[in-house]
Every structure is written in C-alpha cells, then in structure tokens.
Design a binder for this molecule. Structure first.
Ligand SMILES: Nc1ncnc2c1ncn2[C@@H]1O[C@H](COP(=O)(O)OP(=O)(O)OP(=O)(O)O)[C@@H](O)[C@H]1O
Length: 331
C-alpha cells in the first residue's frame, strides 16, 4: 500500500460509558475524543500535547488498535485501524511511560528475548537485533542486570528498545520522559531524534514543552477531546509573539484575587503563577503597551514584588494561551 502519510485520522471519536455514585449508580458517557483530524507524514516527528484528560492516550490507543473508535476512521500507512488491525500491528510500536510492561525479575536481555519471541522476530535474527537495540538506546554492558535494579531512565530506554524489536515503521511514544531526570531525558531525546533520522515516524505525547519544542517537526494541541491548534513549534510560538511576556517575582503568596485583578486589567490576556523555590513567579501575557509594567505592579501592590523581566514567548506560553482559549485555529 503506498501513501505518503504514516498516520491519518478523520473525525475520530471515542466515548466511554462509566458509572458514577455507589448507592444509586448512574450511567454517564464521557466523550474523551470528539472528531479529531490528523495527517502525519512518513518520517515526521509529531507531538500531541494537551492537559491531563485531554484525550491523548485515548487517541493513541485508537491509532494503535488497542481501542475501537466510536466513530470516524484512522489509517496507519494506509491500513485501517479497525478493518486491518493485524497489518497495522505488524508495522507499529507502542511505548508508554511509567513502570508497567517489563518483567522486574528478569534481566533486560531476557525481557528483550521474551518480547522478541512474542513479536515474532525470526529466532536467528533475535540476538543481533537485541544487541543492535541495546547499542541504540545506550544500554549495552548493562543488559545482564535485572530490571528491578534499573533506574527510571534505564527502564525507559529498555521500553523503547522493546517497542522497536520488530522494526516498526511507526512508533507511538506516550510520555516517554515521565519521571526521568534531565540528563536521562536528554539521552532519551537523542534516541528519539536518531530514530526519526533513520526514517521512523514518531507520534509523541509529552507534558514537557521544552522537549516538544526541541524534538517535534509539528505539534497538535488537544483539549477536551478536540484539536485546538496545529503547526510547527515556530508557528505556534508566532501566535503569541505579538504579546509581551512579563515575569514578576513575588515574595509573598499570590492569591486567586491577584490573578483575577490582573486578568481584569485592560490589555492583559493571561495571568498565571508558579512557585519557584522561595518565590512565586507571576507570568503575564499582555498586548504591547507602555502602561503594562505599571498596571501589573499596581495589581500586585499589596505584595512584596522583586525582579520584573520581559522575555521572548516560549512554546509553553503558546500552549497555555491555546488551551486557555486566547488563541484558536490552525497556525
Ligand atoms: N477506561 C476509561 N473509562 C472511562 N473513562 C476514561 C477511560 N479512559 C479514559 N477516560 C476518560 O477519558 C478522558 C480522556 O482521557 P485520556 O487518558 O485519553 O487523556 P490524556 O490526555 O491521555 O490524559 P493524561 O495526560 O492525564 O494522560 C478523561 O476524561 C478520562 O477520565
């Protein structure tokens, strides 16, 4: 089957039926994914970003045949995920973050041997393929150790090696760097970038904006089951480039009333706060104006403020602006 697209979705939707309550249980339908369109080219590294519960994992599970769509269609390398599930499975790998999916009491080598058997890798190809993958992910020399002694970063690398055993053309990476330290996360990014350089198509979900910015060719932002924006990291950042980003250090606790005061100020599109060490840092997105500086400080007048800085918008600024609804549509 020939198509330039590795991943396609048209109007893809999935709802879950659940029960709420205990004494008087009631049926409830959750529309996790509501009509998603995707077109990912072969060899692309595509990021799917969104807040918790946005529908990222549900989307991935439909694309990799683990869940049937409630409506809509999806194809991987031209094969329909519902009708040609076997053909799809042969060509994809799935790696998810966290602790599931590996045998703790076995060595990394034995884990990979087991999965190679399970994925139907030819017996005489198994060992060379495993050695090659251990090399790719940087675990050579540690493969005889039991997984229970592995660090988070090493486990993630092993997960990636497992997902690549059968040489998938399309790899789904669901939060690969969750809980991994910065040095190990950088190593993982190198592994992912190398895979894409070698021609693998990757669909990645992550909550780390800097990771998405560094790695992804294109990004789609999903919230409440619908796509809110799509474009290259640069295109997404351009949406907020017309805004000034102001950061104010505050040495007292910033309350919801301060944020509300800021949001009610003319020209301010967004105000958020994050605690960094002993200070609260208030970030404000504002339309460029001479008065912004003074207006922001006035809104925080009852607090002890420190350094005020203006900086270039980051992908995180663009992301927050998209999911909070201050920018919409395709880039
Ligand atoms: N098996 C299930 N049964 C019922 N509801 C579910 C099920 N799986 C997911 N949901 C709901 O569907 C919605 C989307 O969940 P999903 O796991 O796809 O989000 P996500 O974007 O991957 O979130 P996170 O970033 O937290 O992993 C959420 O409201 C979630 O509670």
């Amino acid at each position: 089957m020939t198509t330039d697209l590795a991943i396609e979705a048209e109007n893809l939707a999935r709802s879950y039926r659940t029960r709420t309550g205990w004494l008087r249980p009631q049926r409830k339908t959750i529309e996790a994914v509501r009509g998603v369109h995707l077109a990912v080219g072969r060899g692309e590294l595509f990021g799917l970003l969104g807040p918790n519960g946005a529908g990222k994992t549900t989307t991935i599970k439909m694309l990799n045949t683990l869940l049937l769509p409630t409506s809509g269609t999806a194809r991987i390398l031209g094969y329909d995920v519902a009708r040609d599930a076997l053909e799809v499975r042969r060509r994809i790998g799935y790696v998810f973050g966290g602790d599931r999916g590996l045998y703790e009491r076995l060595s990394a080598l034995d884990n990979l041997r087991y999965f190679a058997e399970l994925y139907g890798v030819e017996p005489r190809e198994q060992l060379p393929r495993i050695q090659e993958l251990l090399e790719t992910v940087g675990l050579s020399g540690r493969e005889k150790e039991r997984v229970e002694g592995y660090s988070r970063g090493m486990r993630q690398k092993l997960h990636i090696a497992r997902g690549l055993l059968h040489r998938p053309q399309v790899l789904f990476l669901d939060e690969p760097s969750i809980g991994v330290d910065p040095a190990a996360a950088r190593e993982l990014r190198r592994v992912v970038a190398d895979l894409v350089a070698g021609g693998t198509t990757v669909l990645l979900t992550t909550h780390y904006m800097a990771e998405a910015d560094e790695l992804c060719d294109r990004i789609a932002v999903i919230a409440s089951g619908t796509l809110r924006a799509e474009g290259t990291p640069a295109e997404l950042k351009d949406r907020v480039r017309k805004l000034d980003v102001l950061e104010v250090e505050v040495h007292d606790a910033v309350g919801p009333e301060h944020l509300q005061r800021l949001r009610d100020t003319a020209g301010i599109e967004q105000a958020t706060v994050e605690t960094s060490g002993t200070v609260d840092v208030v970030t404000v997105h504002a339309r460029p104006s001479h008065g912004t500086h003074a207006a922001v400080l006035a809104a925080l007048a009852d607090l002890r403020t420190g350094k005020v800085t203006t900086r270039e918008p980051t992908l995180e600024d663009a992301y927050l602006s998209i999911i909070n609804g201050t920018t919409t549509g395709s880039a």
